[in-house]
Design a binder for this molecule. Structure first.
Ligand SMILES: CC[C@@H](C(=O)O)C(=O)SCCNC(=O)CCNC(=O)[C@H](O)C(C)(C)COP(=O)(O)OP(=O)(O)OC[C@H]1O[C@@H](n2cnc3c(N)ncnc32)[C@H](O)[C@@H]1OP(=O)(O)O
Ligand SMILES: [Co+2]
Length: 139
């Protein structure tokens, strides 16, 4: 297991459109991608570029979204997860499990087109962690 760079901070929002306005107005964000749907992950997604990482705005795709419960508890939205890159997702998931952490499901393809997996917030002091395999060529 080798900890890689902070790829993104996931921020749940009831409205990506409204959040984009806020990031432009209050933070001066200039490079903001086009929002897109990821039905397989139950979210709509939009990336806001910061110089050293990205903010991943996520809005529920439908009522079965994994972030629906979070938004019921936090109706205005909020910081939802942090995503660290790892060289090998299967090795990282096995390492987590071997050390007693709760890996949520099997690796699947995430918003950057590489495999991701989530680790339960109880294993990280209340912070939901996403692991993402470093895209080929970024090593
Ligand atoms: C865009 C695609 C992809 C990418 O490529 O980047 C993504 O980022 S997708 C992001 C959305 N997908 C996921 O979050 C998938 C993994 N998440 C889950 O499996 C669940 O959300 C969860 C973490 C297991 C929580 O399940 P849920 O049923 O929503 O919550 P509970 O109500 O049962 O809560 C249990 C417990 O956990 C606390 N909690 C819930 N969400 C978070 C969170 N984001 N951060 C911190 N803590 C969280 C919740 O408050 C409960 O705590 P207690 O009340 O103390 O038990
Ligand atoms: Co994410």
């Amino acid at each position: 297991m080798k900890l890689g760079r902070l790829n993104h901070v996931g921020v749940a929002t009831p409205s990506i459109a409204k959040s984009i306005e806020t990031y432009r107005l209050l933070l001066g964000a200039e490079t903001i991608g086009e929002p897109f749907d990821l039905p397989a992950q139950g979210v709509k997604v939009c990336f806001v570029d910061a110089p050293n990482t990205q903010i991943e705005l996520i809005e529920p795709y439908d009522e079965n979204s994994p972030i629906a419960g979070f938004l019921r508890k936090n109706p205005a939205g909020g910081q939802h997860h942090v995503c660290f890159e790892v060289p090998d997702i299967h090795e990282a998931a096995a390492h987590m499990k071997a050390n007693g952490a709760t890996v949520l499901g099997e690796p699947r393809i995430g918003a950057h087109g590489t495999p991701i997996v989530f680790v339960h917030p109880k294993d990280f002091g209340g912070m939901l962690v996403e692991l993402m395999e470093t895209p080929k060529g970024d090593h």
